[in-house]
Design a protein around this ligand. Sequence first.
Ligand code: PEP
Ligand code: MN
Length: 368
Amino acid sequence: MSKLNIEPIKLQGLDLKRPLVISGPCSAETEEQTLDTARALAAVGIKVFRAGIWKPRTRPGAFEGVGSLGLPWLKRVKEETGMYVGVEVATSFHVYEALKHGVDLVWVGARTSANPFAVQEVADALKGVNIPVLVKNPVNPDLDLWIGALERINNAGITQLAAIHRGFSTYDKSEFRNHPQWQIPIELHRRIPELPIITDPSHIAGKRELLAGICQEAMDLNFDGLIIESHICPEKAWSDASQQVTPQGLKDILDNLVLRRPKIGDTPRNELDDLRKTIDKLDNQLLDILKERMRISEAIGMYKYQNNITILQSRRYDEIMRDRIERAEKRGLNPDFTTRIFESIHEESISCQSAIMNRELKNKEGKE
Ligand code: PEP
Ligand code: MN
């Protein structure tokens, strides 16, 4: 168990009923876009506004944020709409600039929380100011690194802490931009039950069509909040255009959320539910992997057809079985179980390959 000294987030006058919703554009682009988005969000009841001012981009040359120039726009957002405002900080300069301009809360981005030196720099710059600080999971699925970042911020005297779950980077892009790997925030909750968890469906999804489902999942898991990117005109956004929603789109998502269970802390969390949820997620991952494996089998079937190779290569089959059983035993899995699973997978793989070959032969016959 990690020992963090955590207090609930206190933003005066803000009713922290679940879910806490934070919304605003990926990036503040212009004063007009920032203000227009903020006004429309305030009109649908959003109380906490987000906007990226310094943007950590994957490749140089992309829009890297307007920088300090955008901070007075956020001040106007506060004055005009009464919303609280938050920005991402990655360096001590960002922290000083944000604080100087009256930013109410900050978050540490996923690329920053993966770097202990950078997190420590941010933590040191925050010493003595007890504003809410949200820490995104690092880009890589490393729970200890995430907790380490939270500890660094906490050790600097910040007690109004929350974690943001924004999914994890993978080389294979599945339907998600960043794989949610829900078992990781669930385990974070198990280790630090008093730490609020806010889900960032925008960076998990990468596309707005998936947002509603991810928000609902977060609520079903009893998480505390949502940070969702929104833009007055999403298609024209200078960063992350495909995942942003209009303020009205955001309202629709929120209106349709079903809050099945009370807030964390009100009732003891049901551990069995958590474990079952984790099993559901893992089964889903197994299905993704099986689907990908069959796709590769089909490609092999095609190769064998084109190169006149027989489908069943028994030496290869024996090798696979020996290797998989050995690997499974190292993990403490029962060899009979492993044998049954891989026999079944292999059988299906052969039938996929046969289907491809038969299809190609038929096509060829048809052409002759
Ligand atoms: C963001 O919130 O706009 C952002 C850059 O997110 P992340 O750090 O999760 O990639
Ligand atoms: Mn973004």
